[in-house]
Design a protein around this ligand. Structure first.
Ligand SMILES: O=C(O)CCC(=O)C(=O)O
Ligand SMILES: [Fe+2]
Length: 296
């Protein structure tokens, strides 16, 4: 796929620099595959609780299926979710992806292949808006560390008192989100105000994550977002988080740094970054701020 033909650079630059989020129509991922995936995720969440609980995270590891705690804290997130690392292949846990129902496993696998192509093209275009050769970033992300989160927000009798997903920025480079049935609920914070995202038909939502903010040395910003729940409608989304390879150093791009533009962030390996990121509660740029140089 030729990224230049698919994405218009100027539009991409203005949408992302101001917002850190945009929607991608004409993304080229086949709609029959998306339908299969939608149905497979929905079927998974309709399984009896016992079946889903087979994927409960192992101690000390956040990967697997989790559901809201009954009678838990008032503000605990009202979402069933399934999170797992999917790439590189050797990092996949044997009791998760391979044990998913066949329809979900197969459609998800095919979806990830398509989405990686899209993400690589998109990252190349984003790099070019910074006057950086697209291959520089593409090499970092090809066969990089990727993870998936499938979110199921059940209908909620008192939605005004409940949060679907706490306000946060993604720790990733970029996240590609697919909204099954386009049900409302995603909100983004712009200039201190929460704004509901109005989904375009058949479009992906793309979030810039903290790693991209760091790499661009603050020229792009990651987006703060949260999810609200609906009284009568369930909501399903699937986010794929794209990160560089594990051995890549996370820090500002060399070519953006000079006397006038000193690095705003420290540099660490992705491995170390992820350990630090996941040792904190889901939140807004907390680890990004930890990596900031000269924080006052
Ligand atoms: O459900 C959504 O639309 C957003 C999900 C999300 O932000 C996440 O999984 O990080
Ligand atoms: Fe997110």
């Amino acid at each position: 796929m030729d990224g230049k033909k698919v994405f218009e650079l100027e539009k991409l630059q203005s949408a992302c620099r101001d917002w850190g989020i945009f929607q991608l129509t004409n993304h080229g991922v086949c709609s029959s595959l998306m339908k299969k995936l939608d149905m497979a995720i929905e079927n998974f969440y309709e399984l009896p609780s016992d079946e889903k609980m087979k994927f409960t995270p192992q101690p000390g590891n956040g990967e697997g299926y989790s559901k809201p705690i009954v009678g838990g804290e008032i503000n605990s997130d009202y979402v069933e979710r399934f999170y797992m690392i999917t790439s590189p292949l050797y990092t996949r846990q044997t009791h998760l992806f391979p044990k998913l129902p066949a329809s979900l496993r197969e459609s998800l696998e095919a979806y990830l292949v398509e989405l990686e192509k899209l993400a690589i093209a998109l990252l190349g275009c984003l790099a070019e808006t910074l006057k950086i050769d697209k291959e520089v970033i593409q090499k970092m992300y090809e066969k990089g560390m990727q993870s998936v989160r499938m979110n199921y927000y059940p209908p909620c009798p008192n939605p005004e008192f409940v949060t679907g997903l706490t306000s946060h920025s993604d720790g990733s480079g970029i996240t590609i989100l697919h909204q099954v049935d386009g049900v409302d609920g995603l909100q983004v914070k712009q200039d201190g105000i929460w704004i509901p995202v109005q989904f375009l038909p058949n479009a992906f939502v793309v979030n810039l994550g903290d790693i991209f903010e760091i790499w661009s040395n603050g020229l792009y910003r990651s987006i703060e977002h949260k999810v609200t729940v609906n009284e009568n409608t369930r909501r399903i989304s699937i986010g794929v988080f794209f990160n560089p390879k594990l051995e890549v150093e996370i820090g500002p791009a060399d070519s953006l740094i000079n006397h006038e533009n000193p690095p705003l962030f420290n540099t660490v390996t992705l491995d170390k970054y992820l350990k630090g990121f996941f040792s904190r509660k889901l939140g807004v740029k907390t680890y990004l701020e930890h990596m900031r140089i000269n924080k006052f």
